[in-house]
Design a binder for this molecule. Structure first.
Ligand code: ADP
Ligand code: MG
Length: 249
């Protein structure tokens, strides 16, 4: 669904993504994971054309993602960022329907789609009248997801969508999101720095470090067949953060 060939991106002296090649399979959930600053968000933004590669190429569904095609490509993609990335001066409903209105959907079609999406994401329809600051963190994420799904995209890109939520809400939304991904059968690329979250969602995992891909495969590959010492340390660090002795002292 996405094909990167030797695609790289630097910001000044900082290499955010070292030239790398990666193929993302359709209708599966691929998780990009790695420590903060390793290039996950930049890689995602290369895929949706918000960032142009300095070298190499990016393609979506067989079509090159370039300055000329990026807007058309983004229409076919849903993009969700931490905290939902909603416009604060628009109600939740206006946020969700912004692109549909821009595209000229009739009022009834918009209303019907909003209803469907409230059902899917379990957002009470009354919340659509409120502004983002009047919603809980979990509701904001539901609205962000609704906005991403509004035009029924072919793929969903999510950048640490649950990162800002408290643990209970996060757990609840994780389960709902996974059900939604399954039901919709879409191509999903999800960024997280959390190994447990990656294990929860991933059909396929891509572990990054310093702008490069350290290992890719399924979660069992990472856990049982670490490709490098870095992978081993990354896994061990996150596992030990949940060890049963935690807090025992
Ligand atoms: P991650 O999402 O894994 O935390 P990012 O892709 O956000 O990593 O960032 C990778 C590196 O690129 C970091 O060193 C970051 O500071 C840098 N970077 C990302 N975006 C920009 C930008 N727009 N301008 C300058 N540096 C950036
Ligand atoms: Mg990031």
């Amino acid at each position: 669904m996405f094909e990167l060939r030797d695609a790289g991106k630097a910001f000044g002296d900082v290499v955010a993504v070292a030239p790398l090649s990666l193929a993302i399979e359709p209708r599966r959930t691929t998780v990009l994971i790695g420590p903060s600053g390793c290039g996950k968000s930049t890689l995602l933004r290369l895929m949706n054309g918000l960032v142009a590669p300095d070298s190499g190429s990016v393609a979506f569904d067989g079509e090159a993602v370039t300055a000329a095609t990026a807007i058309a490509v983004r229409r076919r993609l849903g993009y969700v960022i931490q905290e939902g990335g909603l416009f604060p001066h628009l109600t939740a409903g206006r946020n969700v329907s912004l692109m549909a209105r821009h595209t000229g959907w009739p009022r009834e079609r918009i209303a019907a789609r909003l209803n469907e999406l409230c059902d899917l994401t379990r957002l009470p329809p009354s919340a659509l009248e409120r502004y983002p600051s009047q919603l809980s963190g979990g509701q904001r994420q539901r609205v962000g997801l609704m906005r991403a799904l509004m035009l029924n995209p072919d793929a969903l890109l999510l950048d640490e969508p649950l990162g800002a939520l408290d643990p209970m809400i996060r757990f609840e939304l994780q389960e709902e999101l996974r059900d939604i991904f399954r039901d919709l059968g879409k191509t999903v690329v999800l960024v997280t720095h959390d190994l447990h979250e990656a294990a929860f969602f991933a059909d396929r995992v891509v572990l990054m470090q310093n702008g490069g891909i350290e290992q890719q495969g399924d979660m069992a590959d990472l856990l049982e067949r670490p490709a490098s010492d870095f992978v081993r340390r990354f896994v061990r660090a996150q596992r030990s953060s949940l060890s049963p002795t935690d807090g025992a002292a």
